[in-house]
Design a protein around this ligand. Structure first.
Ligand SMILES: C[S@@+](CC[C@H](N)C(=O)[O-])C[C@H]1O[C@@H](n2cnc3c(N)ncnc32)[C@H](O)[C@@H]1O
Length: 167
């Protein structure tokens, strides 16, 4: 079950809106679009963070929510200087989305969200968000072994070591 009003995204208008995975989740009532100045203490997923997302971050998720930055990978530099309180990176995983299939780390917002929910201990919510796209069905299955390892990590160093086991 997905906790109500905990999944947010900032939309950067860099891609075809019809292809935005977060807009689709919003359509199903599973995500809320916000402006960057509303991020506050929410977890923010950005590959530029030095801090890995941990299972223990579920405390921040349940209290403040999680926010994706929905832009284009081609313009990812735009968010390089984003300064927020609770920025997090994900350890490497394999995307299954049609644009970046098989390129380690280049996850869609939907995949990044599902991976985060899984690592924080919400597998049912992860499967629920993935269920909205047929191409996304195998994302957890394909990444099950790394995800299970990442879920056990207690700090950055353990995440880095776990990543090296698979990539
Ligand atoms: C660059 S956007 C591309 C989104 C794509 N247009 C879509 O509709 O799904 C993907 C977003 O997912 C999150 N993300 C993807 N991979 C990540 C990683 N390795 N670490 C942290 N966040 C990640 C970030 O919020 C990132 O901005």
């Amino acid at each position: 079950m997905i906790l109500q009003n905990r999944i947010y995204y900032v939309y950067l208008k860099q891609d075809d809106p019809k292809k935005s995975t977060m807009k689709k989740l919003e359509h199903y009532g599973l995500a809320i679009k916000i402006r960057a100045n509303m991020i506050g203490k929410k977890l923010v997923l950005t590959p530029y963070s030095d801090t890995y997302l941990l299972n223990s971050d579920s405390f921040i998720y349940t209290n403040y929510g999680i926010c994706l930055i929905d832009g284009s990978w081609n313009l990812i530099d735009t968010i390089k200087n984003l300064r927020v309180k609770n920025a997090r990176r994900l350890p490497l995983l394999l995307p299954v989305n049609p644009v970046n299939y098989g390129k380690p780390g280049k996850l869609s917002s939907l995949e990044a969200l599902a991976a985060s929910l899984y690592i924080m201990g919400y597998p049912d919510a992860a499967f629920e968000v993935l269920s909205k796209y047929s191409w996304a069905q195998n994302f957890i299955i394909i990444n099950m072994e790394p995800l299970e390892e990442y879920k056990k990590c207690k700090n950055n160093e353990e995440c880095r070591d776990a990543e090296k086991l698979f990539f």
